[in-house]
Design a protein around this ligand. Structure first.
Ligand code: FES
Ligand code: FE2
Length: 362
């Protein structure tokens, strides 16, 4: 069971911001979102303005998107490509893709200033297994595999960097970010909440749960899994007959859906009752015809409609009732093991200091 204050407490929200969204490695992009040197994205969702860019050598770099002159935002576009340098729109200080300050307009106004001391503040970043992770506080580098605790074997199997980043959409939610995460942690609701939309595709009670350190995987059987009965065991392949739902702790959900991949990254909003879900939709390859683009667009719209029309409204009613006094705790049944695992992990993490957490995982 879990105390409902977990979703409404301001103190907890502050602590999460500090411990989880600053110190813990967070996925900032998929590798296929930034395929070429000069490709970049910016984000503000963790509370720290971040600029993630692929440099000239093809390496992912992350910086605080704050100008070292007087603190204006350096890059204001949410994404872009072929960028060689980032110029602050306030007075024009310019940084290269490694964060070095390379130009100051009328630099005679800054006699003796050593440009090498005024590069963008770098954030520790790791690119591996098809993802780019960053910590949102400057500091030492980290080793991501310690945090993944075995789930990286599955990620490697998907060869995520060979997929195509089709689109990323932001969905504002009127509920705590952890309620958005909870949406993905059981199949128990599929038969009821999704009875008009997707319940005919899945066996909602045929779900397995596996934990990998702080992360976990749910395997939800599709109805077509019955076909395997007539096939020899050695020909069985799990992917076409299931949906694999991974929680990459703390705030990412990866859903492997047989023919496409959905990645949700969830961030706290300005108060504990708001959040932002960032959905990235990956297709096996770049759609080269209008027809294919329309096909994937339709798939993405269907997904967003199901989530926004069914899952998220349910979560938003939960949020709206949390302060009602109806109950102090929620209880989880045996189909909801992933919720227990996730929230226990989160609670343990918040009980420790950030430094110990980072070290412990290494
Ligand atoms: S604040 Fe960026 S150039 Fe002045
Ligand atoms: Fe759902």
């Amino acid at each position: 069971q879990i105390d409902v204050s977990h979703y409404i407490s301001e103190d907890q929200a502050d602590q999460e911001r500090e411990v989880i969204f600053r110190d813990y490695p967070i996925i900032v992009a998929t590798s296929c979102q930034l395929p070429e040197p000069g490709d970049f994205i910016t984000s503000y969702a963790t509370g720290v303005p971040a600029l993630v860019v692929r440099n000239r050598d093809g390496a992912a770099r992350a910086f605080i998107n704050v100008c070292r002159h007087r603190g204006s935002r350096v890059e204001s576009a949410s994404s872009g490509s072929k960028k060689r340098a980032f110029t602050c729109s306030y007075h024009g200080w310019t940084y290269d893709t490694d964060g070095n300050l390379i130009h100051i307009p009328q630099d005679y106004g800054f006699d003796g200033l050593d440009k090498s001391c005024f590069g963008l503040r770098e954030l520790p970043v790791v690119e591996k297994h098809g993802f780019i992770w960053a910590c949102h506080a400057p500091g030492e580098s980290f080793e991501i595999d310690g945090f993944l605790a075995g789930v990286e074997k599955d990620l490697d199997g998907f060869k995520l960097n060979q997929w195509h980043h089709f689109e990323t959409r932001e969905i504002p939610c009127k509920m705590n970010w952890k309620l958005v995460m909870d949406t993905f942690f059981e199949g128990y609701h599929i038969g009821k909440l999704h009875r008009q939309s997707i319940s005919h595709i899945f066996h909602e009670m045929a779900v397995t749960f596996d934990a990998y350190g702080p992360n976990h995987r749910l395997t939800i059987a599709r109805q077509n899994i019955e076909e395997l009965r007539n096939m020899p065991d050695e020909e069985w392949d799990v992917l076409p007959y299931t949906a694999l739902v991974y929680c990459l702790f703390p705030n990412t959900i990866l859903v492997y859906q047989a023919d496409h991949i959905e990645i949700f990254r969830v961030f706290p909003g300005d108060n504990p009752g708001e959040s932002l879900a960032v959905l990235s939709f990956l297709t096996p390859e770049k759609p080269e015809t209008q027809k294919l683009v329309a096909y994937w667009q339709k798939n993405l719209d269907l997904l967003v409609n199901t989530i926004q029309g069914e899952d998220f409204p349910a979560g938003e009613t939960i949020q709206a009732g949390l302060s009602s006094g109806a109950q102090e705790h929620f209880i989880w049944g045996r189909f909801e093991m992933a919720l227990a695992h996730y929230h226990r992990t989160l609670k343990d993490l918040l009980g420790r200091t950030p430094l110990i957490t980072r070290k412990a995982a290494e």
